[in-house]
Design a protein around this ligand. Structure first.
Ligand code: NAG
Ligand code: NAG
Ligand code: NAG
Ligand code: NAG
Length: 363
């Protein structure tokens, strides 16, 4: 096994110094990036001072000169005591000229230009830290495909007043890299709700619809996510006025498991409608807003898909699709032309026994 150090260029040192001067990152030690020729690259976020709990710190590392340039998986290690959540992204560009920076204000928008973003690791779902793509799926890095940086975003649970007292650096990302490119590229669809859950709701439903306007792709994995009020999450593909059940999950607090779509890698075709519904129980006297904060609620279905790697411009970014929970977009307001099946489904779910049986059937 041979290890190779990637030098940090002097320009990066200057940026790093600027980051130290300009930002909450008061004390940064050198960023270590090592590349194992046998396919692993370790990227370490340095020990840094973090002034406030609930901070977001980002770090960008260029990945244009790797000998093995196809990402086929990754692993994230964290210091659990201080970490809420780690996201990683492969980006064309990012929105600052610093190497390490406080990225709370841009929360969720760490890249500009072309990008692929992963939830990575979170403290609620311990099984979500290692990701290995299917055998025929990879993410090509480099200038040619305009993915020039890997960005690590750590959401710190706690402040870190004395970085030297940390038992180790806060975050490691290990990229699994292959020399050969793969036939399919990775991207994801993210469906989510905005709006709110009204007070005193025994059974409130947030509905999302999204019409597929792009080339056919194959889904192979999903996770469904709500926070504390979620009872059930359902995802369907509506095609030619028939429904295909895609995903169903019973939420467990903020935790979520990644579910492989077995055998049949389900295809999404042009003109399909992706339809999601989350059911909530909020018997309290206050409405609950949808949002990214810890006390906000979420209705989120994330679908991982693969597409022909030759279609290089088909999905420069992940697809985001949001609906307002106050609009009943499944029926009749969705503005789509396949309302019958969704209207039936909306009606069907009013009968809780049907829903429960259905749930038993597919779990
Ligand atoms: C990151 O990797 C280094 C080198 O292997 C190790 O010493 C350190 O403990 C790791 N950090 C975490 C958070 O796992
Ligand atoms: C992780 O997954 C394994 C196998 O599916 C399961 O047995 C284990 O309970 C899971 N752990 C957590 C923390 O969810
Ligand atoms: C990738 O595509 C090439 C050309 O279409 C084909 O020959 C090869 O078998 C494919 N590889 C895999 C792993 O499917
Ligand atoms: C849609 O379904 C109808 C009735 O089953 C069928 O006749 C038609 O060919 C289908 N259209 C497509 C595009 O699959």
């Amino acid at each position: 096994m041979e290890w190779q150090a990637i030098e940090i260029r002097s320009s990066q040192w200057i940026l790093l110094l600027l980051a130290i001067i300009l930002n909450t990152c008061i004390q940064c030690i050198p960023i270590k990036v090592t590349s194992e020729v046998t396919k692993r690259t370790l990227i370490q976020m340095p020990k840094i001072r973090v002034d406030k709990p609930d901070s977001y710190i980002c770090m960008a590392v260029p990945v244009t000169d790797l000998e093995f340039s196809t990402v086929v998986g990754f692993k994230i290690d964290v210091v659990k005591e201080i970490t809420h959540h780690v996201a990683i992204a492969f980006c064309e560009e990012y929105e600052t000229d610093q190497t390490v920076w406080d990225c709370k204000s841009g929360h969720g928008h760490i890249c500009s230009g072309r990008s692929t973003v992963f939830g990575g690791w979170d403290g609620w779902s311990k099984n979500h830290s290692d990701t290995l793509f299917p055998d025929d799926v990879g993410i090509q890095l480099g200038k040619e495909v305009k993915l020039n940086y890997v960005i690590i975003q750590t959401h710190f649970k706690e402040a870190v007043p004395d970085p030297d007292a940390l038992k180790s650096n806060p975050t490691n990302v290990t990229l699994f890299l292959a020399r050969e490119s793969r036939n399919y590229s990775y991207q994801k669809v993210s469906l989510y709700s905005s709006g709110y859950i009204p007070a005193f709701s025994e059974d409130f439903k947030a509905e999302i619809t999204c019409k597929w306007a792009s080339v056919p792709v194959n889904l192979y994995e999903y996770f469904a996510h709500t926070h504390n009020y979620g009872q059930l999450i359902e995802g369907y593909i509506i095609r030619n006025n028939t429904k295909l059940l895609l995903a169903m999950d019973k939420p467990k607090g903020k935790s979520h498991d990644t579910v492989t779509i077995e055998e049949r890698h389900i295809e999404i075709r042009p003109d399909d409608i992706l339809a999601v519904r989350c059911s909530y129980r909020n018997t309290g006297p206050s409405k609950v807003l949808f949002g990214l904060g810890g006390s906000d609620e979420m209705c989120n279905l994330e679908l991982s898909f693969k597409y022909d790697a030759k279609e290089i411009n088909a999905f420069p970014q992940s697809i985001k699709c949001g609906s307002d929970a106050q609009e009943k977009v499944w029926c009749p307001k969705g503005g789509h032309d396949q309302v019958d099946v969704l209207c039936d489904l909306q009606h069907e779910a009013a009968n809780k026994d049907v829903q429960r049986d259905f749930h038993k059937l597919i779990m």
